[in-house]
Ligand binder design. Structure first.
Ligand code: SF4
Length: 510
């Protein structure tokens, strides 16, 4: 598929007056290095991560190797993604028309504030004081759970991993397995503390088998306890809220791939269904879906097909919800779309393959990347959605060794290192625009001034060498002072020789 007319700044239909680009609500997050430091000190988490990502890597590689045309499929996924983005406004309008014809209602949200207000209003209008919620990074991105809680609405997480994250009051650590950082014993403790499981009888061995709702840490028993906890809520809730993996424009159909079947319950049991999805989730036709339905399962769980593939279009009398609302979210995506290099990140199908091969992610886990998008995709998506002016967002493009393993496995061929380098350039540009320069920028300006003149450079070299040799012990400098100290935090600096190369050159040639 080729794009007919590239549009770098597509028009974006809205219900509210348009802003220049969709803004993003900045959920608080620390700088990557600070967040990574505590993750690195957690040896238990590092062990769990190492085992989990190695197993995922193997499964995904084996699933990809089964298809002789895997690389052609990836290339087609890239081409469909690029062509869709270049004509996104037209596809969004097709989607809106199709959803409306199928009996649904489309809402446009320029940012997270608007999306939260729309969903909260719809829940109130349905007269509901509780909702069942399916797993979705987009719902997390807009902070929906807290917004609904503030509005007096109880949110029931229905995906087991999200339930664990919520009960532990922490952040997801992986796209596919948000509770990857928790082991079975911790999950059992969380379930016991929150009354999702009952304590075992006094005479029972701890860690008993059986999915009878008593406190075993056997995965089947944990899943059974969660299922029993959720079943009653599914039947009671009048509103379900979900995200979507894909939005098929030609038929107005939403597609969700999942392994537990809970999103399907959220989408079919309540009277009102609300789906919030980024505008980047659009796929023009079902023929295009054929490509993504092969790429995504093999790159995420290493399966040939995801256990549950749910799809729905509008409403059908007597079957499923009576009202369906689709909230289309910008929240910084049109800004990313306008960036010719950065827009590649919008092709992402959230498979998580890039995390499983990333040496940085394997050591830090996902929570170091902020509250929503973990791993290499988070390092290129979050700074684009939220802008690079904040210290935390600006730190993310540097959370990489640029080894390129992520680009090698990405099923839609996103060149993550290329986008990272591009974003580093934007970070530097953004720092240059600040009225007060950062210490690093001031240092670089000082160096530039010194090196611009041979005499200044010569004098600085002489003095710097003398000073550095005073700091050295046994030919090494263990700690540099001030800002330079960051360089010696993790390594020693060899002491400079007594005579510089320039001095030696001048001496030996005269
Ligand atoms: S960037 Fe590529 S590999 Fe990473 S989650 Fe997105 S689609 Fe998967």
């Amino acid at each position: 598929m080729t794009a007919s007319s590239p549009r770098t700044t597509p028009s974006f239909p809205r219900t509210s007056p348009p802003t220049a680009v969709g803004g993003a609500v900045p959920l608080p997050m620390p700088k990557f290095a600070a967040a990574a430091r505590s993750a690195l000190a957690d040896t238990g988490q590092r062990r769990s991560l190492r085992v989990a990502v190695a197993a995922a890597r193997e499964r995904e590689a084996a699933a990809a190797a089964e298809l002789s045309d895997w690389d052609e499929l990836r290339e087609t996924g890239r081409a469909v993604g690029d062509a869709t983005l270049l004509d996104l406004d037209a596809h969004l309008e097709t989607l809106e028309r199709a959803v409306t014809e199928a009996g649904g209602t489309v809402h446009w949200a320029a940012d997270a504030d608007e999306a939260r207000a729309i969903v909260t209003g719809l829940v109130r209008a349905a007269g509901a004081d509780e909702v069942v919620k399916a797993s979705s990074a987009t719902l997390r991105e807009i902070g929906l759970t807290d917004a609904l809680a503030d509005a007096g609405v109880t949110v029931h997480e229905t995906a087991l991993a999200d339930l664990v994250v919520r009960l532990g009051d922490d952040e997801p650590s992986h796209l596919l397995s948000p509770a990857l950082h928790r082991d079975r014993a911790e999950i059992r403790e969380l379930f016991l503390r929150n009354m999702i499981m009952s304590a075992p009888p006094a005479d029972a061995d701890s860690g008993s088998e059986a999915g009878d709702g008593t406190a075993s840490d056997d995965p089947a028993a944990l899943a059974a306890a969660a299922r029993a906890h959720l079943r009653e809520r599914f039947l009671r809730a009048r509103v379900g809220v979900t995200g979507a993996n894909f939005l098929v424009a030609e038929t107005g159909t939403l597609v969700v791939l999942e392994s537990e079947g809970n999103a399907r319950m959220c989408a079919t049991l309540p009277d009102t269904l609300i789906t919030v999805a980024g505008i980047d989730k659009v796929v023009p036709t079902w023929a295009d879906m054929e490509v993504f339905l092969q790429l995504l399962p093999r790159s995420s769980s290493g399966d040939r097909m995801t256990p549950y593939v749910a799809s729905w279009s509008g409403v059908t009398p007597g079957d499923g919800p009576r009202a369906f609302h689709l909230v289309l979210l910008d929240n910084g995506r049109t800004r990313a779309l306008a960036d010719e290099v950065g827009r590649a990140a919008l092709r992402c199908v959230r498979c998580s393959a890039c995390m499983n091969v990333c040496p940085v992610y394997e050591r830090t886990g996902g929570r170091a990347y902020g509250p929503v998008h973990p791993g290499p995709i988070g390092a290129i998506l979050t700074p684009q959605l939220r802008g690079v002016d904040g210290a935390a967002e600006a730190s993310l493009p540097y959370a990489s060794t640029l080894c390129g393993a992520c680009a090698d496995v990405c099923p839609v061929k996103i060149d993550i290192p290329e986008v990272l380098v591009h974003l580093r350039g934007l970070v530097v540009e953004s720092r240059r625009r600040r009225p007060v320069p950062t210490p690093e920028l001031a240092l670089m300006r000082g160096l530039a001034w010194t090196m611009a003149d041979p005499r200044r450079h010569e004098t600085a070299l002489r003095r710097g060498t003398r000073w550095a040799r005073l700091l050295s012990r046994g030919g090494r400098i263990r700690r540099l002072p001030g800002l330079l100290g960051k360089w010696t935090e993790a390594r020693d600096l060899p002491a400079p020789p007594a005579e510089s190369f320039r001095a030696w050159w001048t001496r030996s040639r005269t």
